[in-house]
Design a protein around this ligand. Sequence first.
Ligand SMILES: NC(=O)C1=CN([C@@H]2O[C@H](COP(=O)(O)OP(=O)(O)OC[C@H]3O[C@@H](n4cnc5c(N)ncnc54)[C@H](O)[C@@H]3O)[C@@H](O)[C@H]2O)C=CC1
Length: 406
Amino acid sequence: MLSDTARPVIEATLPLVGSRIGEITPLFYQKMFAAHPELLNGTFSRANQANGTQRQALAGAIAAFASHLLNNPDTLPEAVLSRIAHKHTSLGITEDQYQIVYKYLFEAIAEDLGEAVTDEVAAAWTEVYWLMADALVKIEKGLYAQQANTKMWMPWRVVEKVPASPTTMTFVFEPADDTPATPGQPGQFVSVRIPVADGLLQARQYTLSADAESTERRVITTKFNDGGEVSPVMHEKIQVGDVVELSNPYGDVTLDDGDGPLILATAGIGCTPAASILRALATHGSGREVLALHADRSLDTWALSDQMLQDVERIDGARLAVWLEQAQPELTAVGATAGGGSARLDTHEGFMNLAEIDLPEDASVYLCGPLPFMQKVRSQAIAKGIPATKIHYEVFGPDLWLASAN
Ligand SMILES: NC(=O)C1=CN([C@@H]2O[C@H](COP(=O)(O)OP(=O)(O)OC[C@H]3O[C@@H](n4cnc5c(N)ncnc54)[C@H](O)[C@@H]3O)[C@@H](O)[C@H]2O)C=CC1
């Protein structure tokens, strides 16, 4: 916990650090990459550096962590740390890298804040940094220890590559060596690491979209991001037979093993964790009550629609409702695809609105989709009486929800 010496210093300087964190974090990354360019080869995302989301997420995490320490002196923000640790382990982050980050972060703080960084201020913020770093290292060691192997990256061969909608592609991989694979959990992701156009290695996280528990295959569904670095290579260059590097599966937004009702609310390519959860429930013959809700632009853009509809059909207690921005005269055909199950398919126009439907009592809610979608649907769920503690959400990429909350 924060020491009695550091606490008043953090209290006094948090507003200043908070107001300058947007300037400090880019300076930090600039200094760190100048000294350690190798960190951009396979560890940090060059795209998230270029578009500024990585530094916004770091700024948000630091501010959230320091505020938490002040407001809740006896606890650590477990949810924030867990999310970061799962992302770190999927990228193979090691303990010694925290020392590198410390050095350049504190150089950036000193340079930006100048004389305001007295020895006392530096010592107090150093304490905050190591409280956070040590907690992350501990969680990350635990996550690495749970794996079936000690490797960060393993070769997997593409055995299938099929479009899941006009802009999305499902890839199925099988192991390309005899490294024992860790079974994943529905809701988890793997990092995919490939060389991009100029030969630099870049990694991205993709949710397992089916058969998450398998050790024999990994299935992901990726969206083509025009102007992106990784998905265009995946969609246009990677072919069946090619070998790519995958991490072990990570991610803490996973299906709980209770038997209570579930609401899976997704939008766009955010459908992947829900598709994986539905597949697992169908495979295990689950008797849970499941309400799957999905929002998309049109029927055509809805990736994995057939898979989701078919799995909903296989789960006795499952229903599905979709919201499509564009009116779809052919919507009734959706039920037909799923074997005549239109009675369990409810269709709406526009953005998702929970006020339009009945929700099961006492349900756990899983959200995944663009940030404004998740923020709106979370508020709608709370307005319908679902406690915030029962609402889980998965953020693809740097966690800008945290940043936007500060
Ligand atoms: N959990 C996450 O962090 C996820 C993040 N994303 C991010 O969102 C980006 C766009 O994903 P796409 O699949 O292309 O989504 P999209 O832009 O096609 O939108 C999908 C659906 O989300 C809903 N939506 C979008 N904006 C909304 C708003 N302001 N209010 C309410 N609903 C809204 C609409 O129903 C829309 O049809 C991705 O590139 C990714 O960065 C996407 C999926 C999951």
